[in-house]
Design a protein around this ligand. Sequence first.
Ligand SMILES: [Zn+2]
Length: 222
Amino acid sequence: MKRSAVSLVELLIVIGIILVLVGILLPILGNAKLRSNETVCASNLKQQSTAMILYSEDHQSQLPPLLPANILALSPYLRSKEIWVCPQDRYDRGSNIDATQRLMKRVSTFPVPTVLEEFFNALVETTPNHGLVTCYLHGHQRSPVLNPNYAINDFSGRVLTVRKDGSLWTRDVKHRCYTDSKGGSYGGRSFWDAYSDQPMPKGALDEINAGLTEIECGPSTR
Ligand SMILES: [Zn+2]
């Protein structure tokens, strides 16, 4: 009996050691996975931005005109068609729902929306080296359901963007909060922040925000 009791203690110690090791290793492995996903995504974004530049060289310096149809316009400039999905994308419909529907293929990333004229003009004016294509999916995803309004997608944190000069830009952008005329409140990342590190000029997003006003985020919405 005595011998068996010692074995039980030994067993518990071994289990304890294993649990500690798992506790140490899991975050390390998790971070390694995040980093490798980021590398894949960055490479995909880079190919997408190169395709956009090649397209513009063939079209009087104009970027592909429509979001998300621009993704179709880019097909001839891409060697691989398998680059639209970020490994961080957990949504069946792709985080870029419109583009996924039109391409009938999952799309995770967002090429700069040149069709939103106020937005694009303000972007070019304030940020000559603006983002061409971006992925939101490397930060915190606060909700499993995407808000169809791209201006207030419910994400915050890390964003990956390839800029006009081809450089990769990774950074955390803040969660923003909005209210509408009826007192409804919304939270999410400003679409502007994905493409620019400059303050958003008034009016640049008012059109697509359809009357939303930015407010201070409360402790519960931050
Ligand atoms: Zn990504």
